[in-house]
Design a protein around this ligand. Structure first.
Ligand code: SF4
Ligand code: SF4
Length: 310
């Protein structure tokens, strides 16, 4: 695998997923239509498949049919939706967070800007694992980041409001600059949420608030074979203590000490960073679904390596 393959693959999946989120309501793949008050799913109205006035027929046959349709068209899909993140967590840990989540992608982008402007990832203080910064072109980064947050938040507001109001209606209101209260509230509400979460909260939201993330974290934690980062405990003495693996970790995990850290989103950036330092393929980390990768870091002679003093 090339030195930047993981990074490029991850950016590709993140961008494709953002594209899917933007286009799903536009192409009627999935949205709620506020005019007809119905759910649109792959171009068709999602209904219970019950005939008009079904409640008038009180026969056993009709009651069974109604119960079956409810189970098939309401309960089962809902259970399916609820099961997605626990199932993902059980098998892939927090892989979705690191490779697909649009919010996580946005947070990473603004981590990048904050490092370039302030020399640290968080606005609230420097951490030992912050990447080097700030940049000499701070002013350019300030201007680009301000323009980006305004444009991305407003566009995000328009795109996500499209899940509740027909996107065609939204765009015609934008063109005529005449908004209904619902559209205006939707765009401004989402834009404000995106601004605040991106500028202030960022990965703290991933760690403590996001229910999808927490479900993956919990089920990944209890799973004996969920995807995680494996540390090659036999080769830890090869570590040069360059700290690159910690600097690339936007979740503030110390992968060298990784037993099983619930905040790891399996982004693989530490794998790549260590491969770069120790030579392609020579890094200490890899993806694994083996139970054994939760072992504490040890040398071949079984002495625990303590990195804390370095
Ligand atoms: S420990 Fe590695 S894989 Fe996990 S979040 Fe940090 S950089 Fe990504
Ligand atoms: S990137 Fe590899 S060599 Fe560098 S500190 Fe991390 S584990 Fe050690």
């Amino acid at each position: 695998m090339g030195n930047s393959t993981i990074h490029i693959l991850r950016r590709t999946t993140q961008l494709l997923f953002i594209l899917l989120i933007i286009l799903a309501p536009v192409f009627d793949i999935f949205r709620f239509d506020s005019d007809t008050r119905s759910l649109i799913f792959f171009g068709s109205e999602w209904d219970l498949g019950l005939k008009e006035g079904f409640y008038m027929n009180q026969s056993f046959g009709n009651a069974s049919h109604v119960a079956w349709q409810f189970f098939l068209k309401a309960i089962l899909p809902w259970l399916g939706i609820l099961a997605v993140f626990p199932l993902l967590g059980y098998i892939t840990g927090r892989f979705f967070c690191g490779w697909f989540c649009p919010e996580g992608t946005l947070f990473e982008l603004f981590d990048f800007f904050t490092v370039k402007i302030f020399g640290q990832r968080s606005l609230f203080g420097k951490k030992p694992n912050d990447p080097p910064g700030p940049s000499k072109n701070r002013l350019s980064y300030i201007i680009i980041s301000l323009l980006s947050i305004i444009a991305i938040s407003l566009f995000g507001g328009v795109a996500l409001t499209g899940y509740f109001v027909n996107p065609g209606t939204i765009w015609s209101q934008i063109v005529s600059w005449e908004f209904t209260f619902g559209v205006k509230a939707g765009i401004i509400g989402v834009a404000l949420y995106m601004c605040i979460s991106t500028i202030i909260v960022r990965h703290t939201l991933c760690k403590y608030v996001c229910s999808a993330g927490l479900m993956q974290m919990l089920f990944g934690w209890v799973s004996p074979f969920s995807l995680r980062i494996k540390t090659d405990s036999e080769r830890l003495s090869a570590c040069t203590d360059c700290k690159n693996c910690e600097q690339v970790c936007f979740m503030n995990v110390k992968p060298r000490l990784l037993g099983k850290d619930i905040n790891c989103v399996n982004c693989g950036e530490c794998i790549q960073a260590c491969d770069k330092e120790l030579g392609n393929g020579g890094g200490l980390f890899s993806f694994s679904q083996s139970k054994l990768c939760a072992l504490p870091p040890k040398k071949a002679d079984n002495k625990v390596i303590d990195f804390s003093f370095r």
